[in-house]
Each structure stands twice: as C-alpha cells, then as structure tokens.
Design a protein around this ligand. Structure first.
Ligand SMILES: [Zn+2]
Length: 297
C-alpha cells in the first residue's frame, strides 16, 4: 500500500539577467552530426553587434561569425523557407541562402563574462506566467519581456565556443570566447500556446507528464526545488497550482480570454486591469445610450 504524506517543501525561483538582441542569420548548407540533419547558418545582422565583438577581442574577431557556430533544425524555420529547402546533403538554392531569418541573440549583460556571470534575481513565477500569457503578439513586446525577466530557457544564454560537442570538434576552453545563444521567436510562442492549452486542459494530463525534483539543505524545510529559467519556473507554477487543485477559469473580457487561477469565488476576470476595462466600457455604453435617449426626447 502506498503512503500519502503531506510534507513541506521550499521553492526557489532565481533567474540570471540576459541581454536579448534582435538579429538575423542566413543558411549556408546542410549538415549532419550525430542527430538529425541540421542547417549551418552564419550571422547576417546586426552590424553593430559584430563590431562590439571585434573590439572586445580582436584576436578572435570573426570567430563568432564562422559558419559552423550556428546550427538550426529545419522544423524551426518559417514555412516559406522550409518549402524551398533542397533535399538534405544537396546544395541549398541561392534564393534560400539570401533570406535573412529573424532570430533573437542571447548574451550576458555588459560587464559580465565567463568568470563574472550575471547575478541571479528572485522572480515571482505567477506574475511571470501572467505576463507571458498576456504578451502581445509583437516582437518588441517579446523582447521587452525577455529583457525584463532574464534567462528564458536552457538555450537562451551565451555558450563557450567549442563546447557544443559536435562530432570531431575539440573542446577549447582556453580561449574563453562566449558566443551569443540563439532562439527563434516562434519557439517561444509555441510555449505560450502549450501553456494556455495546459491551463485550459486536464490537470492530470499535465501532472502525469513531468515530475518535480528536490535538493536538500540544512535549514527547514530541508527539501528545496530550484528553477533558474523562466520556462521551468512557469511550468513549476502550473504544477503547484494543479497539485493544490486551484480551479482555472477563462477571463470574461472577450478580447482577453486567458486562463487564470480562480482563487476567489465569483472571480470572473484574470486581472484588475481586465475587470476595470470591462467596467469602463460598460459605463461608456450606458452613457452613450443615455445621451441618445435624451437627444430623442
Ligand atoms: Zn483578462
């Protein structure tokens, strides 16, 4: 027989700041490592980004722009590019190679390097989740959000050149060159949809998929779960809410429609903002009606 025991546990959410910059890459050729076919890409923008690296370390001036530094999976590319790709191991058409693909580069903030990494900041994953679900569809809004909260996932941080471990490449830890990480906006937007669906869906499905792990410490309550990326923190917040059987509702404001934790009976809106907006709209509508009626009479 299994024992069910409720025990206290601590949760920590500490995220390092990351500087996110909009940039672009161009595809070069197909490439095969140990995994599936990938595409090699070079950085095509922004120019000032290249210059900052040039002054930072002239010895390795152009190393970060080398073709083999970035690899992307075909699935991550926009549909119009995917349709034009050649068969793997065939050369790419010059049209495909000329397309500038929008990406987001991820670096350490100014003054930080390998030995002096950025200092992690405590975040509130519930506020983070709210902000993420309500993120406007524009790229600017996403960049502001990322630059405010910090490291999004395990890949949105700079990495050491040579440590990717592809094939025969040798680990070169001696040169200390940090290469910006790279992510497509679509990868982050996909998570937005997945979380929305999770919160609207069956908690049992979510909880059956992942598990929480705990480290230990000498002070009470001894068992600690720590998240150091935004994505992990949001996922943990969903698990905690589901375990505590928090009911979720859909915000009544028609142009919001986001799921929210209905921690209070009768709560209809996800936030003060939505509740206020609906009430302002209602007042305006009534006022209009009143004026119209007065003009008639
Ligand atoms: Zn709302």
């Amino acid at each position: 027989m299994a024992h069910r025991i409720d025990l206290p546990a601590e949760f920590q959410f500490k995220v390092e700041p990351i500087k996110y910059v909009r940039g672009a890459i161009r595809l070069r050729k197909w490439w095969l490592g140990y995994g599936p076919w990938e595409l090699q890409a070079t950085v095509s923008g922004p120019a000032e980004f290249a210059d900052s690296w040039r002054t930072a370390d002239p010895e390795f001036a152009d190393s970060w722009r080398r073709a083999d530094l970035y690899h992307v999976l075909p699935d991550e590319l926009p549909p119009f590019v995917r349709e034009q790709l050649s068969e793997p191991d065939q050369p790419l058409s010059s049209a495909v190679k000329r397309v500038d693909l929008d990406v987001i580069f991820c670096m350490y903030p100014e003054g930080c390097d390998l030995r002096h990494g950025p200092k992690a900041r405590v975040i509130d994953p519930w506020q983070l989740r709210h902000d993420f679900l309500h993120l406007k569809p524009s790229s600017e809004a996403l960049l502001d959000f990322l630059n405010y909260y910090g490291q999004w996932s395990r890949i949105t941080q700079p990495r050491l050149e040579g440590t990717v471990g592809y094939g025969s490449r040798v680990l070169r830890l001696d040169n200390d060159i940090l290469i910006p990480g790279l992510i497509f906006e679509s990868e982050i937007r996909k998570e937005q949809t997945a979380m929305r669906n999770a919160l609207k869906g069956n908690p049992a499905d979510w909880l059956a998929k992942g598990s929480l792990s705990f480290g230990s410490q000498s002070k009470f309550p001894h068992y600690v779960h720590t998240d150091s990326t935004c994505l992990d923190a949001i996922r943990t917040s969903i698990s905690i809410d589901f375990l505590r059987r928090v009911p979720f509702r859909i915000c009544k404001r028609p142009d919001c429609g986001e799921p929210f934790a209905a921690d209070r009976k009768g709560k209809q809106y996800c936030s003060q903002y939505c509740a206020h907006l609906v009430s302002v709209r209602r007042t305006r509508k009534e006022l209009k009606k009143k004026i119209a009626a007065e003009q008639k009479g």
